[in-house]
Design a binder for this molecule. Structure first.
Ligand SMILES: [Zn+2]
Length: 684
């Protein structure tokens, strides 16, 4: 998997909800909701001036109709489609759940995985017993010399302790997969949570320690011991955090490109036998590797030698329990900290929702196969591809017209654009799960085997050519991504549906919505991160110095624009962290607009003919804005502003449109109106 895929939007909070649940309300059937539309005039609030706040103008009707559900931390149009897809997946899983000799091997796996997750009576009867062998293994750690083997074992089970190891394309030669050693081992969302000194952050750290303590207590420790152990966890994680790059620094691939060999890396870790770790992980013992953060590993090496063994055991025990908080008491406590405290959720999600997501995460291509056969008509793929090609053509023309780029760099940019591969819907070749065993009534065991299967599969790629047919999102996913190391755009089947795309609606709506998304993903190939990769996906500079300077000057306009935004009192957006996404939003919408204008011309569309009182151009902008109608809890807004490379949805609408004079023209906005920037930013 690539280190740096740039997606359309970040998945919000992990679905760590569930359990301890009271009688769950019956889910709405997929049919009982009003039909989802790409351009929906009934959502518009005409009492708002579109030139003052276009987001409110386009979405107020939606807000009125959709109060934020208690179990959600944010709820928007993406969630609407996500829920519809989830109901469909539930139908597939419930059909596969009943034991039957007629089930295919994949149906047995997805059905029994779902059943195991749903069966909370069996889960609580077993408690942590299935985890006992792993807890014992950690307790048996007698010397720091045994740590490499133990850590490799835990990593194979998906336990995020100390550091991460996996495979990814070589930054310098994107055709080949090599091993990557990266930072890791934190329980809070990212490193700055350990270092900020404002009162809210201090309070969140205190609540985190309380959470770790509760998890230890629930695993059987005395209150006093659990309190002591929780302090140990925070101390070790704080040391690791301080040696970790900030998330903004991690976005620059140059900061992560440190090619070396296992032998040379081993010499920098005198206190940790890398050879033993590699053997135990069953990773290749020779060849090129990338150590993304050498400074982090220097600290890890020092920490291993200078920390009493019982503290290391405590730290490992915490991460094991954190990764397998399956019994309902631990599960509830995990929800309480991560979903409620950090993101403001008021109520746990129904169990079936979490279990459906679990199967989608763990066995996504087995579940996805059934999903696409039922819900992804071939004509959707044809129209989506046609639109993608139209947007690519718009970008080609856009590059020709740039007044800040030299002919030399333009030629390279176009080479890269023409090399982009479009992946739509689902993989041509499905993942083979035949070697994975899934059992009934064995939720922890299934989770262990799924993670080990993924780990082994990931490591098996090392030393081989990159498989560009592989997907990093499952088919039902409501999202999309660009992979800079493969130079391809990926649109899962789950996304090509109303309210984002509809075969029943006209091009004005579809270009404003799905067209802008296609443009967004394409622009990622040319954002501050993507532009550093060449047409083959290699991290290689193809820009002249002057063009690079011009790009940076223009990008700086957007850094300042977003730095100034304060979504929660006292918390500003991070213009540098969100730069890539903001560039993609602005460039993508511009490309969609250009492509739509071409399309309208080619089809002689009457640009004055209105539908529901709106011209085609106005419908284009409204459809764009309506994809972002989202209600978000303030707690999640804070977390998002501090961790997410995407700006909150309100700004993905208004801030982007303020920079586009074509928008102002469509609604006859005046220069002095809020929706018109005096000094609009523009890069692509
Ligand atoms: Zn994106």
């Amino acid at each position: 998997m690539s280190r740096l895929p740039a997606s359309l939007f970040a998945l919000g909070v992990l679905a760590v909800a569930p359990a301890c649940f009271a009688q769950s309300p019956q889910p709405q059937s997929a049919q009982s909701k009003p039909e989802l539309r790409v351009f929906d005039p009934s959502l518009i609030d005409t009492s708002v001036n579109p030139c003052e706040n276009f987001y409110r103008y386009s979405c107020n009707g939606w807000f009125k109709r959709n109060p934020l559900p208690a179990d959600e931390t944010s709820y928007g149009r993406f969630t609407e489609l996500f829920e519809l897809n989830r109901l469909r997946l539930r139908g597939i899983l419930e059909a596969a759940e009943a034991p039957s000799s007629l089930r295919t091997p994949n149906e047995q796996k997805i059905g029994d995985a779902y059943e195991s997750c749903m069966n909370t009576a069996a889960i609580d009867k077993q408690g942590l017993a299935p985890l006992r062998p792993e807890l014992d293994r950690i307790a048996a750690l007698q010397s720091v010399n045994e740590l490499p083997t133990l850590l490799a074992h835990l990593h194979r089970l998906g336990v995020d302790a100390f550091f991460s190891m996996g495979s990814s394309p070589d930054f310098d030669n994107a055709h080949n997969v090599i091993a990557f050693y990266g930072s890791g081992g934190l329980g809070l969302p990212e490193r700055d949570y350990y270092t900020r000194t404002d009162p809210k952050s201090v309070e969140q750290r205190r609540q985190y320690v309380e959470h770790v303590q509760k998890i230890f207590t629930l695993s059987g420790e005395s209150d006093a011991q659990a309190a002591k152990d929780a302090d140990t966890v925070l101390a070790i994680e704080t040391r690791l955090a301080k040696a970790t790059l900030t998330i903004t620094e991690q976005r620059d691939p140059q900061n992560l490109n440190h090619p070396t060999t296992i032998a040379a890396f081993a010499k920098t870790l005198p206190n940790f036998s890398l050879a033993e770790y590699v053997t135990a992980a069953r990773a290749p013992a020779v060849g090129k590797i990338d150590v993304t953060e050498p400074k982090f590993f220097a600290e890890f090496n020092a920490l291993v030698a200078g920390t009493p063994l019982d503290r290391i055991r405590t730290y490992l025990r915490w991460h094991l329990l954190h990764a397998y908080a399956v019994p309902t008491s631990l599960d509830h406590e995990t929800w309480h900290f991560y979903a409620h405290i950090l993101n403001g959720a008021q109520q746990e999600q129904d169990r079936w929702k979490r279990c459906t997501s679990m199967v989608d995460n763990g066995l996504g291509e087995a579940l996805g196969q059934v999903y696409v056969a039922k819900y992804f008509p071939p004509d959707a793929k044809v129209r989506a591809l046609k639109m993608t090609l139209a947007i690519e053509k718009a970008m080609d023309q856009d590059i020709d017209g740039l007044d800040w780029m030299s002919p030399e760099t333009k030629a390279k940019a176009k080479e890269k654009l023409h090399a982009v591969m479009n992946k739509i819907g689902y993989p041509d070749k499905w993942r083979d799960y035949s070697k994975l065993t899934i059992k009934r009534n064995d939720d922890i065991g299934n989770a262990e085997r799924i993670r080990a299967f993924d780990f082994d599969r990931d490591l098996a790629k090392i030393g081989k050519p990159v498989d560009k047919d592989e997907w990093q999102m499952t088919p039902p996913t409501v999202n999309a991504y660009y992979d800079p190391q493969q130079n391809n755009v990926n649109f899962p089947a789950g996304y090509f549906q109303p309210p984002f795309f509809s075969n029943k609606e006209d091009d004005a709506a579809n270009y404003g919505d799905m067209g802008s998304t296609i443009g967004h993903e394409l622009t990622h190939g040319f954002d501050d991160q993507g532009r550093q990769f060449d047409k083959d996906g290699n991290l290689r500079d193809w820009w002249t110095k002057a063009d690079e300077q011009n790009f940076n000057d223009r990008a700086e306009c957007m850094v300042k624009q977003y730095d100034a935004i304060e979504p929660v009192p006292g918390v500003h957006l991070n213009g540098k962290l969100t730069l890539g996404e903001n560039l993609a939003d602005l460039g993508g919408l511009w490309l969609a607009w250009e492509a739509w204008q071409e399309q309208a011309k080619a089809e002689h569309i009457d640009m004055h003919a209105t539908m529901n009182g709106y011209t085609p151009d106005q419908r284009f902008w409204i459809a764009y804005a309506q994809q972002w109608c989202t209600d978000t809890r303030p707690e999640q807004l804070r977390t998002q502003a501090q961790t997410d490379p995407h700006a909150p949805d309100e700004y993905r609408t208004n801030s982007v449109l303020q920079d586009l004079p074509a928008f102002a023209r469509s609604f006859s906005c005046k220069k002095t109106d809020k929706m018109v920037s005096a000094n609009p930013c523009r890069v692509w």
